[in-house]
Design a protein around this ligand. Sequence first.
Ligand code: C2E
Ligand code: SIN
Ligand code: SIN
Ligand code: FE
Ligand code: FE
Length: 388
Amino acid sequence: MKRKSPDDEFLERILAAGAILVNIGDIDILLEQILTEARFFTNADAGSVYTVEGSVLSFCHSQNETIVSRGQRIPYTRFTIPISTASMAGYVASTGKILNIDNVREIPDEAPYSFDDSYDKIAKYRTKSVLTLPLINNRQTVVGVLQLINARTHQREFVPFQSKMELLGKYYATLGALALERAMMTRTLLMRMVKMTEFRDPKETGQHVNRVGSYAVAIYDSWANANNVSDKDQILNRDILRMAAMLHDVGKTGISDSILKKPGMLSEKERTVMEKHCEIGAQVLHNCESTFDEMARDIALNHHENWDGSGYPNQLAGEEIPFMARITSIADVFDALCSRRAYKSPWPDEKVLEEMEKLFLNKFDPELRVHFISQFEALKEIRSSYPE
Ligand code: C2E
Ligand code: SIN
Ligand code: SIN
Ligand code: FE
Ligand code: FE
């Protein structure tokens, strides 16, 4: 067989990377992978991806080989930058143009954008060349920004990005835009599903879904901080969890009004019908492709399972119950106790706390008790920010 030239190998790797990318269902993972591949092919030391969220750019992923090789953590903050021409990323987002800067410290004064060196200062890093590319969808709208930092020689010197790298970067920017497009479509569809549950049952599900989503994230964050979950996984999980938890009762749309809106206690028979909302929800979300789909389904199906096996619909116990469903169960019951329902009045804080403590003895994951307790004030704040 003919020996492969470096060029062949390069091409082969680009094609293989493309094949991997189209098989990733999860958008955040996909964006991160795009950053990894784009950095590899342009030999960039560092890079970031931003997404457009309304009028700001939201920072999603950042990589930096130098900092990682020093054994240092990437100073990770979930920051946003305004979409204005004052920053490089903002300039690219607002104009849709590629920006290839050889040395950020030699940006002429008359340029609309300037370099913000606060990241360098915190990270003790020296940014030199920066290639910033817009992620443009098929309606010619900028949906994000891919930024590659410090092209390197084989001797690991930082040099400018060659102009042919702009083309390669553009290929990844196109893949990134497609991924984001899909993410936004999914998000829109999900928010419509949540809206449907609100229309069906305005009294019980309106702000309830928002609160349950936020409570679940607060409890998860506390758990993740105590369990050395990486910032990256935590940020990825919490976003997915918020939406998945918001859909926990989506199956209630399949329950008849006479039961769903009954102004009193349910009879044995009615309760059996009501309990079907878990399976109905799981059916609606049955198409498990991405991390999100899987989590949403796990939560819809299992949020009424109890730690001691006394719940429904499958009497799972302990760690058989998916972790995120265990978290959502706490969030859901906490909210039900604090809220007015067709069948009950809201309870005062002390009574809620007392009841929750009791439920931690058999219903909830005992490991999560400390996180519920430490977040109690935060949960109350969330409650007041989404009033009935
Ligand atoms: P939901 O109102 O969102 O309540 C969610 C869960 O919070 C309940 O799940 C239950 O675990 C907990 N919870 C609610 N109120 C109380 C309470 O007063 N004490 C205690 N210890 N826990 C409470 P559950 O019981 O499986 O009910 C699922 C859903 O079924 C409820 O969602 C609600 O929509 C409906 N439901 C349950 N019981 C009744 C009822 O007596 N009348 C009516 N109309 N609906 C009910
Ligand atoms: C920018 O593009 O100017 C913001 C990001 C950075 O400072 O590296
Ligand atoms: C997880 O994040 O999947 C869970 C760990 C656990 O089950 O406690
Ligand atoms: Fe439920
Ligand atoms: Fe609920």
